[in-house]
Design a protein around this ligand. Structure first.
Ligand SMILES: [Mg+2]
Length: 217
């Protein structure tokens, strides 16, 4: 496997990327996603949207992620994400661009294992990846919350490391949330990059645009 030097003698052989907020940014889609998530929670709990919004906000304050929050509210993560996938229309909010697939293919072309790691369910993740024109040939493996406990659990990271067949120090994790995803990656010994997120004490690299990734690895 070809690797790229990181500047500290180690070679990066795998790059694992978060999807939402990392491969693309869309405030409008985030708002749409939140409002649809609230609708799904209201439906599944048989309560009003106002009440569902309040419950989600309060739970998320403590548990940080939507994935964990819905479980704490007594909803199956799989049922939640499947219903959410049916409701959301990412294509109306996310700008199509061939830039992201080109970057991922370029990484793979350099012999780097490309993994995607999202807390979304598989069906919703695929819908978003379709919008981004990220087809199956753009990555080697994807971990969704259908395959592993969502971040900040280390299960997904470990699964990706096993699939890539690399040591933690040979992998770079790229995400937009410091505490929820960059911190656990750092704790496992991966190299880390925060993107679109400003500062993060657990990040080795700060990226302002996904395009910069190619010059760093
Ligand atoms: Mg994200």
């Amino acid at each position: 496997m070809v690797g790229l030097p990181t500047g500290d003698g180690e070679v990066i052989k795998a790059v694992f990327l978060d999807v939402d907020g990392t491969l693309y940014r869309s405030r409008e889609y985030e708002e749409h996603l939140l409002s649809q998530a609230v609708s799904v929670i209201a439906e599944l709990l048989g309560i009003g949207k106002h009440e569902a919004f309040r419950k989600l906000a309060e739970t998320k304050k403590i548990y940080k992620t939507v994935s964990k929050s819905v479980e704490v509210l007594g909803i199956s993560r799989k049922v939640f994400y499947d219903k959410l996938a049916d409701k959301v229309k990412p294509s109306e909010y996310i700008r199509r661009s061939d830039e992201v697939p080109q970057i991922l293919r370029a990484l793979r072309g350099r012999g780097i294992f490309v993994g995607l790691h999202t807390n979304s369910g598989r069906k919703l993740a695929k819908k978003v990846l379709d919008c981004l024109m990220v087809s199956d040939d753009c990555y080697d493996f994807i971990v969704t919350s259908d395959e592993a406990e969502p971040k900040p659990s280390d299960e997904g990271y470990r699964l990706l490391l096993a699939k890539a067949g690399v040591r933690a120090s040979e992998a770079l994790y790229v995400g937009d949330r410091c505490d929820v995803e960059v911190a656990p990656a750092k704790k496992l010994g991966l190299k880390t990059a925060i993107i679109h997120g400003g500062g993060c004490e657990f990040a080795d690299i700060i990226l302002t645009d996904i395009r910069e990734l190619l010059s760093f690895v």
